[in-house]
Design a protein around this ligand. Structure first.
Ligand code: ARG
Length: 585
């Protein structure tokens, strides 16, 4: 709800009390956006909901409210429609004054939240020495967008990368590392073992084939847990190597994260078990310490245990998440913790969150949210894979998006008879290619699966990054064509709204605030994409119907200001999606 709606809601609530008495204080006027612009901008439905209670016809109630309602500074005279809706239509002068107020504001009229708090976004979180797959790409893109929006809204955000950097697989990896790179363990230098995924596969082959190797690997796990120095050194080398590979992707995507992997919480794991023991929730089951929670059963319908500590003393993914949760609440003082992972992990999150609640570890003012997302599918509607059936390397995927963009661009340049420098082509291809991948992901409702298609995401038409970037370029083209400095349009001239296309555009421009609040609530970035897509559509209609540079003053400057405000809104909105704009493309 934006400031205008807040004001109207308040005035309606007051009118209701004035009409029917103090007992109606606090009754929600049920103000919603009008279902059809024909009926105005907003409608209040409270009269219908009170009809029974008051024993009166809703239309009669509506007129009693309207009689006491003074919204003349914001709206045209209210109208009563149908069975008793109160329809409100914004005054043009009100819209003009709102636009004139935000046009010089760097936040474009979006105030910082009054309820700023510490929020953690746990996202990306790939696993060391394993493939960073498209699922991690989704997490990275969605998590970054959520973090950007929360930061912009004025929250203190901790962007945490919960990398999987611990576990028994390191026994195998370290043993193999000692075998093939014995020198690596005695030098302090960073190691380059090439592709870690291949390394992992080879280590696994050795492990599966050789029992002595397996035994050594088991001993390495014990040594790692005991913190034996050279084993720890080997583990660090492996983490370093992965980290460098992940960083290439983060750089390409322009995403910042603070790494705080699973290993960070090792010192706090025993306390989780101890404290759970005290709550009486822990049960011994075949030597393992576990908890039975409501609603979790296996295929046979038997209760499914959540294992906290295995019979060999080792801990699980969930134990680490419990320790991590306590740390985030107690040490980080987080008030909302957002986990961005694939929907396949939903059970894991429900389980450990339910347990933490039962154990009384979650204060009332702390909110935990799992933000699940669907799968990325290939053309065949199965999990996205390479033609040979392997997982797609993210590096290759992003490179491919960039090189396809480049090919499209080069073809377009020939078609348009344009000549551009290599630097220009390279930059446009990179920005558009990466943006296309991001936008294709963000513009889908994250909970659904989507089909990955370069052709679709790179199309210049439709709800795509190239289309959005092009809309921005168009606005900048106007300033170039007319030799106009948008920053210097003069302070005396004001935005005036005459044509329908101007009014519709104006209303959209004033909705950014509301959209951002919505995304902050629902954590659905596709809402922001939809908004920006609609906005560019409204802008195109305006641009087709309302001449800008050829108009007389003061219309000309007013329209230029609308162009500028649209450009700024697109730029800000795209930035919140993690997408950079281009001046030309
Ligand atoms: N490393 C996990 C994976 O690759 C994701 C971790 C998500 N965060 C968490 N706190 N569990 O699936």
């Amino acid at each position: 709800m934006n400031a205008t709606q807040e004001k109207l809601k308040l005035k309606l609530a007051q009118a209701l009390v004035a009409a029917f008495g103090a007992e109606y204080t606090g009754v929600d006027p049920i103000l919603v956006t009008a279902s059809n612009p024909k009926f105005g901008d907003f409608q209040a439905n409270v009269a219908l909901s009170l009809s029974k209670k008051l024993g009166m016809q809703a239309r009669v109630i509506a007129s009693a409210i309207v009689e006491k309602l003074d919204v003349s500074d914001i709206c045209k005279p209210p109208e009563i429609a149908g069975p008793g809706f109160i329809n409100l239509r914004l005054q043009t002068s009100y819209l003009e004054s709102q636009l004139n107020a935000i046009k010089t504001d760097s936040r474009l009229g979006v105030p910082k939240t009054k309820n700023s708090q510490k929020e953690i976004v746990d996202f990306s979180s790939p696993n060391i020495a394993k493939e960073m797959h498209v699922g991690h790409l989704r997490s990275t893109i969605i998590g970054d967008c959520i973090a950007r929006i929360l930061e912009f809204h004025g929250h203190e955000v901790l962007r945490l990368n919960h990398v999987g950097d611990w576990g028994t697989q390191f026994g195998m990896l370290i043993t193999y590392l000692r075998e093939v790179y014995p020198e690596a363990l005695t030098t302090a230098n960073a190691l380059d073992i090439g592709d870690l995924v291949t390394f992992y596969r080879q280590a696994k082959q050795r492990f599966d084939a050789d029992e002595t190797f397996q035994e050594t690997a088991r001993q390495e796990v014990v040594r790692l847990q005991a913190g034996v120095e050279d084993t720890l050194h080997a583990w660090k080398l492996l983490c370093e190597q992965s980290r460098r590979e992940f960083q290439v992707i983060y750089d390409l995507l322009n995403v910042n994260l603070i790494e705080r992997g699973e290993s960070f919480y090792n010192p706090f794991l025993p306390a989780v078990v101890e404290d759970l023991e005290k709550t009486g929730l822990l049960e011994e089951n075949q030597g393992a310490k576990c908890v039975f929670l409501d609603g979790f059963t296996n295929r046979e319908g038997e209760p499914l245990p959540l294992i906290i500590q295995k019979s060999d003393g080792g801990y699980n993914y969930a134990t680490t998440d419990l320790a991590c949760l306590r740390y985030r609440i107690e040490k980080d003082q987080a008030k909302r913790i957002i986990y961005v992972t694939d929907a396949g992990q939903a059970n894991h999150f429900t389980q450990f969150m339910q347990l933490a609640k039962k154990a009384n570890w979650i204060p009332d003012d702390v909110e935990l949210v799992h933000v699940p997302f669907g799968l990325v599918l290939g053309d065949n509607r199965k999990k996205f894979k390479t033609r040979s059936g392997d997982t797609v390397r993210l590096r290759d995927l992003l490179d491919e998006a960039v090189s396809r963009t480049r090919a499209d661009l080069e073809a377009r340049l020939i078609e348009e008879g344009r000549e551009e420098t290599e630097e220009f082509i390279k930059n446009v291809a990179e920005v558009v290619g990466i943006s296309a991948v991001k936008y294709a992901d963000l513009s889908q409702n994250r909970t659904s699966n989507y089909v990955f298609s370069y052709d679709k995401m790179l199309a210049l038409k439709g709800n795509t990054a190239p289309y959005m970037l092009y809309a921005y370029v168009r606005t900048q083209g106007i300033s170039r064509e007319g030799n106009i400095d948008f920053e210097n349009l003069g302070t005396d001239t004001k935005i005036l709204l005459k044509e329908d296309a101007e009014l519709t555009l104006a209303k959209d421009l004033l909705q950014l605030d509301e959209v951002i609040s919505e995304v902050e609530q629902d954590l659905l970035p596709n809402r922001l994409c939809d908004y920006l897509y609609n906005l560019s559509d409204k802008f195109n209609k305006f641009y087709e119907n309302c001449p800008v540079l050829k108009s007389e003053e003061p219309t000309r400057t007013s329209r230029l200001m609308l162009c500028d405000l649209t450009a700024k809104t697109l730029k800000l909105g795209l930035d919140l999606l993690g997408i950079k704009v281009l001046e030309r493309m």
